[in-house]
Design a protein around this ligand. Sequence first.
Ligand SMILES: *Cc1c(COP(=O)(O)O)cnc(C)c1O
Length: 449
Amino acid sequence: MLRQQRMRLPLIKPLRQRHLDSEPRETAELRQLDKAHLWHPFTQMRDWCAPDHDPLVIVAGEGPWLHDSEGHRYLDGNSSIWTNIHGHRHPRLDAALAEQASRLAHCSALGFTNGPAILLAEKLVSWIPERRLPRVFFSDNGSTAVECACKMAIQYRQLQGEPGRTSFLSFEGGYHGDTAGAASLGGIGTFHDRFRGTGFEVRVLSEIGQLDTMGREAISGITAVVIEPLIQGAAGMRRWPPGMLRQLGDWCREHDVLLIFDEVMTGFGRTGTRFAGEQEGVVPDFLCLAKGLTGGYMPLAATLTTERVFEAFLGGPDRTFYYGHSYCGNPLGCSVALANLEVFEEELTLESLGPKIERFHESLDAYFGSHDSVLEVRRIGLIAGIEIGPFPAEARMGARVCLAARRHGLLTRPILDTLVLMPPLCSTGDQIESMVAALAAGLEDCRLR
Ligand SMILES: *Cc1c(COP(=O)(O)O)cnc(C)c1O
């Protein structure tokens, strides 16, 4: 076996070298192999595999830039699907990863512990007002962070002698991930209707006012409510009315319903503060983090909770939280996440965000504020959703505009006819304005055709 593997090495090596070259011939070969074997997420593969579709092969990154295999450079306008924070190839993050890789890539968190996981947990806790969420459970992605919170909530009720409290409240337009449990909380028809009834027991609310119409009986079956605080991402960047989070927090406290904040998108400065919940002074019972946790480097997630929840699980084997994943507390992920948080402090990332956000919002106003083809510009911090229209859905204008924007040096991805911009926090004011300008130019190209 070993011999065979060794013999294969020389074959692999030239292929890798060719991959690093950026000659069109190799790109064509990679594209062909992609179409032969890869199944891409959220993608109609018939269109993807069509002969006239030439997917970009991304080969390198630097700061807010991505480079393709044909020598083009683009601004990463959606932070590589909402994950990147300090830019690609940040020297501190690269070094943390390389240093940890030179010691140990992975060991199990079942029965052992490791320094990076411990230090990261401590650092995360210090980021929460008054350290009110002192317990950290690591997993792999946003979906598992939410899944984990839900299972903790259900078991917590059992341990408290309330086994009937098994159902959840969530909101229309909500997105909490794609594993069965997390998806069952979702409120986006296209993604979620198909799998209704396969996960948790959930009531999807259309607005917060519905809480007041719920009787004692109904409330007594609810364990927790889950929400994306301040802004719903996958729904097309939809903001909640100001004060709503406070209201929800008060309602939860009054009715002893647990509160789960899904800050998978909003966490780590994206809305202008460390976490979105801070802006209305609400600390939830569970805080779910992923995407930006490692600065966009590695798949890692964390579910933070209170001492009260944690303590309920202490006792005999019957009180154990039987949940976990093979890569829980992965040292590579944790060390790069720790570096990510340290860079926030060393580079005063949040402190320097104000002028960038201002420039972003000014640019959005300038390019899209009174535009014939723009219905609404929704934004907070370094997140924007520009809803264009009215266009017939089959025109797929959102997708066409984003494709056209590539020619102006921007990569991003729409949600139907909402153009999304989410610059990495490291972007300069000029780069941020260039992103907005490129998107506007893309829209212009499509309108002219
Ligand atoms: C992306 C996202 C998730 C799911 O995270 P994955 O890492 O893709 O599983 C959950 N909630 C929100 C708000 C998200 O934006």
